[in-house]
Design a protein around this ligand. Structure first.
Ligand code: GLU
Length: 470
């Protein structure tokens, strides 16, 4: 019986800023790959850069992942908590002769660098302590530990997205794995953690590809099995430049604020750089059953905000009404001009099936629902004001009498409006448009019957009275 290890992936963000959607997509691919193969998805917070890592940034990452529904299968591993282990491995390499103490001073290294640049060579460590004995260093000189990297041959990665990529070992110098202050370098810490966490597949942005060769050298020096690597292309803006703030929202929580649904954002990020035939709208379950790395393309993807907004509209129409109402109420509760009492909340819930048909984001949805919570007198948009001519106001006064005795369901008010239009020799639109203006302060709303029914008789009549008596 062969013992194939269970697939295990990880997302390893550095908590130095926001959760960028590029990172979110990396997390999504790791999550989907693990789920597709019945494996595990882990999270590691790479907080070794203590000066730049913050607890707030960690929280933003955790919140963003929770919002996207990409929760890990185990509590997060904090990289700083593992420093003793990183040191232990560096010392083990030293004992094995795979690493050595380097006593070069900062001045020496600066000079080495300057000379290389002046001679047009890439700045690389020249290996001056590689074969020297530590006893040659003056007593008490601080030292770093460097990997004794192979000088002959090549290091190769058989990447699941990029194919086979190779670099001549002569191009790579002996990197530091443990600094003179005893702290591990980032490249070393990642390898030790991935190994100890049993990571079988490292799926990350292709900006890390060059790190991979150095990391593979550490695996080889330790005699550890290397995981499989998959370097996915970064997300670019529409102009082809690396995605940044000037293109639009980039942080996951910004998309949330702007009214995107997590399932729409995940769906969009999945389709960005991964394809399965023509499938555009994919639920989480469908994505899990279809996702694999062979569908990930090698070209950089371009962020298309219009397409994301379109997808969001599709997901919004499929979303549960109670959930949408709750979100809209939360957004509207920040607006002090509104009265969000239980009656207003009930109106929002009642009209949600009609409201969600016309909105593309939750922000738009909330704006379209605001009139339901607006106290009288309503503010009127100029176009709505124009509807409320003297004649229209008189008509609305007459209509109010009819509505006073109408059953306030969508069907009931629809029948009453049609009868009223017929009796007064008007087209339905001639009645509905001024009525919409009176009820909502604007010229757009869901169908007028549903709007009336959601407001309820008392409120609808109060809104009509407010314009017909003025
Ligand atoms: N901490 C790295 C980053 O945030 C990721 C490293 C990795 O995935 O190996 O870019």
């Amino acid at each position: 019986m062969t013992d194939t290890p269970r697939i295990r992936t990880r997302f390893a963000p550095s908590p130095t800023g926001l959760l960028h959607i590029g990172g979110a997509r990396t997390a999504l691919f790791n999550f989907l790959f693990a789920r597709h193969h019945g494996g595990e998805f882990l999270l590691r917070i790479e907080d070794t850069d203590r000066a730049r890592s913050t607890a707030e940034a960690t929280q933003v990452i955790l919140d963003g992942l929770a919002w996207l529904g990409l929760t890990a299968d185990a509590p997060p591993v904090y990289q700083t908590s593992r420093e003793a282990r990183h040191r232990e491995v560096a010392l083990q390499l030293l004992e094995q002769g795979n690493s050595y103490r380097c006593f070069a001073t900062k001045e020496e290294l600066d000079q080495m660098r300057a000379e290389a640049i002046a001679a047009g060579r890439p700045p690389r460590y020249d290996g001056r302590w590689r074969d020297r004995d530590a006893s040659e260093a003056p007593e008490g000189t601080p030292f770093a530990i460097r990997l004794r990297a192979p000088r002959e041959g090549a290091t190769e990665v058989d990447d699941l997205v990029q194919g086979t990529v190779r670099v001549a070992n002569a191009e790579l110098d002996d990197m530091i794995i443990l600094r003179s202050d005893g702290t591990p370098t980032y490249l070393h810490a990642v390898v030790v953690d991935d190994h100890d966490m049993g990571i079988t597949h490292v799926i990350r942005g292709d900006d890390h590809l060059t790190n991979t060769f150095r990391q593979i050298q550490i695996y080889h020096a330790m005699g550890w099995e290397t995981p499989r690597f998959a370097h996915i292309p970064l997300i670019h803006g529409a102009d082809g430049a690396k995605l940044s703030k000037r293109h639009g929202a980039v942080s996951v929580l910004e998309f949330e604020r702007e009214g995107f649904l997590p399932e729409a954002l995940c769906n969009y990020l999945l389709r960005l750089g991964w394809g399965h035939g023509d499938a555009e709208i994919l639920s989480r379950d469908e994505a899990i059953s279809l996702f694999d790395l062979d569908g990930v393309g090698r070209a950089a993807s371009r962020m298309d905000y219009a397409k994301l907004t379109h997808l969001n509209g599709v997901w919004l129409r499929q979303a549960d009404d109670a959930r949408l109402a709750e979100d809209v109420i939360r957004r509207l509760s920040e607006n002090r001009d509104l009265t969000l009492d239980d009656t207003a909340k009930a109106r929002i819930q009642l009209l949600m099936p009609a409201l969600k048909e016309r909105a593309k984001t939750l922000v738009e949805l909330a704006q379209s629902a605001a009139f339901l919570a607006r106290p009288l007198p309503l503010p009127f948009e100029p176009k709505a004001e124009a509807q409320l001519t003297e004649e229209a106001r008189e008509m609305l006064a007459a209509l109010a009498e009819k509505l006073a005795n109408t059953e306030f369901t969508a069907a009931g008010v629809d029948a009453a409006l049609r009868a009223f239009a017929e009796e007064s020799g008007k087209k339905l639109g001639q009645v509905a448009q001024p009525l919409r203006a009176a009820l909502t302060g604007s010229t757009t709303s869901p169908p007028i019957d549903a709007t009336l029914a959601a407001l309820g008789r008392t409120e609808a009549l109060a809104r009509i009275a407010a314009v017909s008596h003025s």
